[in-house]
Design a protein around this ligand. Structure first.
Ligand SMILES: [Zn+2]
Length: 546
């Protein structure tokens, strides 16, 4: 019925479907069957391949691996067998060696015991002999007798008659004084450092003192007295020796180091120096030598990045500083520096704190030091007042000019000696023990080391013609060019020689031979322990506000 309906439907749509014959169906079926068989075959081939790969190939590879391992173990076995032969040979050899060594040890031990008993016998026979035993060191005195003694001793005369003469003897401060029998004759004084004390083996009351040119033999009252004298002589000698050594080790250099440490202490106590000049971190330990300020380790990194022409950083605690590096620190201080360099800081929020990140710090430090953005501005042009600042040793006026980017290497209007002098020339001419920091500020920050006067003289020439060795040290430290000649064709060294200034000559020769030590100490009035030298923090704050 459904078939009928379908046919009806097809007729209605005008589609006439041809009846399919039985033969055609059989043919179609056959085709389908063959295709299926082909696919089946291909499928089975694939299955076969997979099985082979999974099983046979894997096993074959495994067998290869096993056989190679077998070979390896076989070789190991062979090697071990050889090793066994060796060890078997070695065992008896070692045994015989051990026997021989035991034999030797036995012989040595018996020899030692023999020697020991002999020695013990000797010592029992002569117990007093111990002191005279072989010793690498000086005779050690009994410390309880101290280093000073005075009393009478008998001294064997040095004449032909060899008699015992009674003498008053005194040991003190490394010397033995033997008074003369005649009171008007001066006593003999022996330096114990150049003497040897020796106990007398034959007479327990005697001892010898061997000096560089003769041997004194002394006789004490009794044995105990003799021990006391010998001990005090040894102790006094040791004391003198220690004194000499401590002096040799200390000497000039240690006093310079002590001075440097004292200055550093003073610098740490200066206004504002308990905090980093840039970020206020507590206890800054890095010093900008050319600016005379203390900064923390974080900020010091940025200062280094800016370059040594702007800030020259050294550690107060790690670097071995010389006094020449502390001239500006002793005179400027963080508060003094910021009273100029941060006078126009529009807001404290711009200033970094301990917690500020590097980018913020860097921005501030570049603005402060490179662009000098926050520096105090002076209404009048400061150029004309610069020579006055040098004469007045006014470091802050120089810093003010520096802050305003004034060219500090310009010739001054009223030179003292030759036209074309810079303020550095002037500072050298006027330099003394109290103004070296002015010279140092200009040496490090004015860029006028090579400036020549009309007669061709550099500040270096001025040092040599006016005998200013301390200024010369600062110039050489800053690597001033020593080969520049003046109009007369003279270098600074030539001038020093002509003027007979040996200190300047010596320093220049050192520089010429690359032997000048930049870690140099300078003679300067440091005003240590004088608090009124600088203003208190409050005073400087007042200054900033006004
Ligand atoms: Zn800092």
């Amino acid at each position: 019925k459904i078939e009928k309906d379908k046919r009806e439907l097809a007729k209605q749509h005008g589609m006439v479907r041809r009846e399919v014959s039985g033969g055609e169906i059989a043919e179609e079926m056959e085709k389908e069957r063959r295709t299926f068989q082909l696919n089946m075959c291909e499928y089975l081939i694939k299955v076969n391949e997979i099985k082979t790969k999974k099983g046979i190939d894997l096993l074959q590879n495994h067998i290869k691996h096993c056989s190679s391992q077998l070979n390896f173990f076989q070789e190991c076995l062979n090697t071990t067998a050889k090793l066994k032969q060796f060890t078997e040979k070695l065992i008896p050899e070692l045994q015989s060696m051990k026997i021989r060594q035991d034999e030797e040890k036995k012989q040595l031990c018996s020899l030692r015991d023999q020697l020991k008993t002999v020695l013990q016998l000797e010592q029992k026979e002569d117990p007093g002999n111990k002191q005279a035993g072989y010793t690498m060191h000086q005779l050690q005195g009994n410390k309880q007798y101290g280093t000073e003694r005075s009393g009478t001793l008998f001294k064997k005369s040095d004449g032909l008659r060899k008699v015992w003469q009674k003498r008053k003897c005194t040991i003190s401060h490394g010397y033995l004084t033997i008074s003369h029998s005649m009171p008007n004759r001066p006593p003999a004084k022996l330096n114990l450092l150049t003497c040897q004390v020796k106990l007398n083996m034959d007479d327990k009351k005697c001892f010898d003192l061997v000096s560089h040119n003769r041997t004194y033999r002394f006789l004490a009252e009794d044995e105990q007295d003799c021990v006391a004298w010998v001990s005090v002589l040894s102790n006094s000698k040791e004391e003198a020796l220690n004194m000499v050594f401590s002096k040799a080790q200390g000497g000039g250099e240690s006093s310079q180091q002590e001075l440097t440490q004292a200055i550093i202490q003073e610098v740490r106590g200066m206004p504002g120096n308990r905090e980093c000049c840039d970020c206020s971190a507590p206890d800054p330990t890095w010093l900008s030598i050319n600016l005379g300020i203390l900064i923390c380790i974080e900020c010091s990194g940025i200062h280094r990045e800016m370059g040594v022409h702007l800030s020259r950083i050294q550690s107060l605690s790690l670097d071995k500083l010389a006094t020449s590096e502390l001239l500006l620190a002793r005179n400027i201080s963080n508060s003094g520096f910021n009273s100029i360099m941060e006078a126009n800081l529009p807001s404290f929020s711009l200033k970094p704190t301990v917690h500020s990140d590097m980018a913020f710090r860097k921005k501030f430090i570049i603005s402060k030091y490179v662009e000098k953005k926050y520096a105090k501005r002076q209404p009048a042009a400061p150029c004309s007042s610069l020579p006055e600042a040098v004469k007045d040793k006014d470091i802050f006026s120089l810093l003010q000019a520096y802050a305003e980017n004034v060219d500090l290497s310009e010739p001054v209007l009223a030179p003292l000696q030759e036209p074309g002098e810079t303020i550095l020339h002037l500072a050298v001419l006027l330099a003394d023990r109290t103004s070296l920091h002015i010279v140092d500020f200009l040496v490090q920050n004015s860029r006028s080391l090579a400036k020549q006067t009309a007669e061709g003289n550099t500040p270096l020439h001025y040092c040599c013609s006016h005998n200013k060795p301390e200024c010369l040290k600062l110039l050489l430290k800053a690597k001033a060019n020593i080969t520049i000649t003046n109009e007369a064709g003279e270098t600074a060294l030539d001038v020093a020689r002509r003027m007979r200034h040996p200190l300047c000559e010596e320093l220049l020769l050192q520089a010429q031979n690359n032997q000048f030590n930049p870690n140099v100490h300078v003679e300067y009035e440091w005003w240590l322990g004088q608090d009124d030298m600088h203003e208190s923090d409050e005073d400087l704050d007042e200054k900033v506000r006004s």
